[in-house]
Design a protein around this ligand. Sequence first.
Ligand SMILES: [Zn+2]
Ligand SMILES: [Zn+2]
Length: 75
Amino acid sequence: MEERCDLTELIKSMCAHCRGIPDEPALNPLGRRPAVSASWPGWCAACGQPFGQDDMIRSDGIGGWVAECCAGDDR
Ligand SMILES: [Zn+2]
Ligand SMILES: [Zn+2]
């Protein structure tokens, strides 16, 4: 069973980010993942505040989405 990257969801042996090849400028270091606009409303995975469709959200890397309320700092 191959481990998958939590950023790209590629098998790690095929993931440029895991192999240290910076081919995706959108991938930021240390959890600063690229913000995307939400396709659907949901709840911030970090604090539970609701966000709306088209709000900017970031993947938390474990299947959740962190909204602007919590994505703005450098945790
Ligand atoms: Zn990776
Ligand atoms: Zn939040």
